[in-house]
Design a protein around this ligand. Structure first.
Ligand code: SAM
Length: 283
């Protein structure tokens, strides 16, 4: 009899994946962590019953959460990733000419089990001399740090449990303080079709703080509900006004090999369908 993983997204909505083999399963102070094998998706990481990342489609999410802000910024040297314990965002940031990427991940076991059981996602990124891993709460880190960053990427779980603090106005205000001039903040901002409130709240909180704020989108195959939104904010450039030519020049100079990201997709991702644009409209 097959064993199934059921992701209960809402009381009335769930998705199921057949488990071929459980590779890792442990409860830590922060999460219930499970990694299992799936015939179509490869290895799958779940935290507290919520699907986080799969080997089969991780490149869509990680290329969009990392290459968009780094190429939009154009000269990022110091990057902060809050969350991101699977290493996928770190790996993409290190493809750029950066000096240092600091990863602040609350759960050491997530990093360790992904390095061991999901090596294809991080691909040794944590061993790169430019990578610094800090085990701790991202909210506390940005509250205390004296460091400045050109790009801050919030690659977090959803706003429940330890992730909740990473969607607060205070957190965004501290991120703004930590950003160097022209710096860019990008966040995982859920699936608007099902989590519209999350997007609306984030739009209001970031819109009240930053000169420019908005969203870009991509469809992550294993995130149920269609487009996923990435929040962005900056007191420097308005990322919606960058041309394909400008982004293509940077993309080519960076010599990136991608499976989803292109300069055309980058610029196109900021064009929101009305149902998302309406949610994002602040006030
Ligand atoms: N791609 C996934 C998504 O879109 O939901 C995110 C994956 S990544 C594994 C999420 C990470 O955020 C987890 O490893 C979790 O431990 C970390 N995290 C959650 N809350 C955190 C906090 N307050 N500070 C630092 N890391 C946190």
């Amino acid at each position: 009899m097959a064993e199934w993983y059921t992701e209960i997204l809402y009381p009335e909505l769930a998705q199921r994946l057949r488990i071929d083999k459980v590779v890792f399963h442990e409860k830590t102070r922060n999460h219930e962590i499970m990694i299992f094998e799936h015939a179509l998706l490869g290895r799958v990481l779940t935290l507290d019953g919520v699907l986080q990342v799969t080997e089969a489609d991780e490149y869509v999410y990680h290329e969009m959460i990392a290459h968009v802000p780094l190429l939009a910024h154009g000269a990022a040297r110091r990057v902060l990733i809050v969350g991101g314990g699977d290493g996928g965002s770190l790996r993409r940031c290190l493809m750029h000419d950066v000096e240092k990427v600091t990863v602040v991940e609350i759960d050491r076991t997530v990093v360790e089990c992904c390095r061991r059981h999901l090596p294809a996602i991080g691909a040794g990124a944590f061993d790169d001399a430019r990578a610094e891993l800090v085990i701790g709460d991202g909210h506390g880190f940005v509250t205390k740090t004296k460091d400045n960053f050109d790009v801050i990427i919030v690659d977090s779980t959803d706003p429940i449990g330890p992730g909740e603090a990473l969607f607060s106005r205070q957190f965004y205000a501290h991120c703004q303080r930590c950003l160097a001039p022209g710096g860019v903040l990008v966040t995982q901002n859920g699936v608007p079709f099902l989590q519209g409130d999350e997007l609306r709240d984030a739009a209001r909180r970031r819109g009240a703080l930053f000169a420019h704020a908005g969203f870009y989108i991509a469809a992550i195959p294993t995130y149920y509900g269609g487009y996923m939104a990435f929040g962005w904010a900056s007191d420097g450039a308005d990322l919606r006004c960058q041309s394909v030519d400008e982004i293509r020049e940077r993309f080519q100079a960076a010599g990136l090999e991608t499976r989803f990201y292109t300069p055309e997709i980058h610029v196109g991702a900021f064009n929101l369908p009305p149902f998302i644009a309406d949610l994002a409209r602040i006030g």
